[in-house]
Design a protein around this ligand. Structure first.
Ligand SMILES: CC(C)=CCC/C(C)=C/CC/C(C)=C/C=C/C(C)=C/C=C/C=C(C)/C=C/C=C(C)/C=C/C=C(C)/C=C/CC(C)(C)O
Ligand SMILES: C[S@@+](CC[C@H](N)C(=O)[O-])C[C@H]1O[C@@H](n2cnc3c(N)ncnc32)[C@H](O)[C@@H]1O
Length: 378
């Protein structure tokens, strides 16, 4: 079907090239020839594998999910185990355990070491070093169910479970959410701060700052990490009342009540507390649509003094080497959640400029796949 909308003249040549390339790639005769000819055969194989991997991706995810649910990586933490021992400890038959461990081995989750024994694979071992990751993987059961009919999700005809899990994404006033509505998402976010806070703190320009306000700071896991690394910084957390209550209990239990002040409120309705010269928004903006983000950034600007600084930390669209994680993974995750979108650094910089901030800039983290930073001055 030809698109009747007028085209930008600069795209004409690109579209002609795409038509030519795609016509060739779609031809079964070309595909047969490319696979037969020794010089193009490796390319044909790689393309076949790449497309097959997209088809199989969900199966790979379920194999990882089964390993996490059955605690296979915990079982192998002390060294290789035989299939008989793994079967006994997971409650699987030996045949099922062998099928799972062999499949996991092809994904580098486990590694065969002869005599029907398996060790942790490279990914299985890395997973053990990331506290909170198994919780995050198990949480995906909801997302996978929401994705069972992606077309219904795209058409807005589904009733996604993620929308209920992230209670503040619902229609009601988030400030009135009861404790039980925020408990599970707050626990999950706190559990996954381990691999976020390290990256953010390695890159965040906090030297010489006096006070940090963490907006949407959850249970206080990020500020607890900040407190350990920046002993001179005064710290304040702002979150919904039911979440702030959890933060208060955690901060008290960690003996940090004199370091971290907790303030409760709804940033869509209440002013932000003043007094800090730096504000962080960690995994907050991507949860919200444009009007909320604009209003929130303007409120952050109002709360900051001259010389103030804002730090936005979240996974972003178009991260180098990880393009599908932004638009595909977080794009669909946030669609199921019911609001928000992953944004490129350029879009975030433009939103910060519109809110009155100066010199918005991308600060590269050690691991942009997980999180990136934008810093701007008030
Ligand atoms: C050892 C020898 C011989 C050589 C060394 C070679 C070498 C240098 C190897 C590297 C080893 C290494 C450092 C490995 C490190 C691996 C790491 C750090 C792996 C980390 C993996 C992290 C993953 C898979 C993270 C996944 C995160 C997810 C799925 C997050 C989802 C977040 C969501 C859904 C957030 C929701 C919040 C909302 C609603 C969007 O606001
Ligand atoms: C995805 S979580 C991130 C939590 C924390 N910053 C982290 O990275 O672990 C988003 C946080 O924003 C908070 N939040 C959402 N809407 C809010 C609102 N209207 N006012 C205040 N906080 C809000 C949530 O309660 C939640 O703690």
């Amino acid at each position: 079907m030809k698109d009747p909308t007028p085209r930008d003249p600069s795209s004409v040549w690109r579209e002609r090239w795409l038509a030519l390339r795609n016509g060739v790639l779609a031809s079964p005769r070309f595909q047969r020839l490319a696979a037969a000819f020794p010089l193009t055969r490796p390319i044909a194989r790689a393309r076949t594998r790449a497309l097959f991997d997209i088809v199989a991706g969900f199966v790979y995810s379920q194999i990882l999910f089964a390993c996490v649910r059955l605690k296979v990586f915990d079982l192998l933490a002390d060294g290789p185990l035989s299939i008989a021992a793994i079967a006994a400890r997971t409650g699987l038959s030996e045949d099922a355990a062998r099928r799972l461990l062999a499949a996991a081995a092809t994904l580098d989750l486990t590694e065969p070491c002869g005599d029907d024994r398996f060790a942790l694979g490279r990914h299985g071992a890395a997973l053990r070093g990331n506290a909170g990751l198994p919780d995050m993987i198990e949480h995906h059961a909801l997302f996978y169910r929401d994705l069972a009919d992606p077309v219904a999700l795209l058409r807005g005809e589904a009733d996604p479970e993620l929308g209920r899990f992230w209670a503040y994404a619902g229609r009601g006033a988030p400030g009135a959410l009861p404790p039980e509505a925020v408990a599970s998402y707050s626990r999950l976010m706190a559990a996954t701060q381990g691999f976020i806070a390290d990256e953010v703190l390695a890159a965040a320009p906090l030297a010489g700052r006096r006070g940090l306000l963490d907006v949407g700071g959850g249970e206080g896991a990020f500020l607890t990490a900040v407190a350990a690394r920046h002993p001179g910084l005064s710290l304040m957390l702002f979150d919904l009342p039911a979440v702030a209550e959890r933060a208060r209990a955690n901060v008290l239990a960690a003996g940090l009540a004199d370091r971290i002040t907790i303030r409760a409120g709804d940033f869509r309705a209440d002013p932000l507390p003043e007094g800090a010269d730096t504000v962080s928004l960690v995994r907050v903006l991507h949860d919200h649509d444009e009007p909320t983000v604009r209003a929130l950034l303007a409120a952050v600007h109002r709360a900051l003094p001259a010389g103030g600084r804002v730090i936005v930390a979240e996974p972003m669209s178009g991260a180098p080497g990880a393009a599908p994680l932004g638009e595909a993974y977080f794009g669909f995750y946030l669609m199921a959640m019911g609001r928000g979108r992953p944004r490129t650094p350029e879009v975030l910089c433009a939103l910060l400029t519109a809110a009155g901030f100066h010199r918005p800039r991308l600060v590269t983290t050690r691991n942009p796949v997980l999180i990136q930073l934008i810093v701007a001055e008030a």
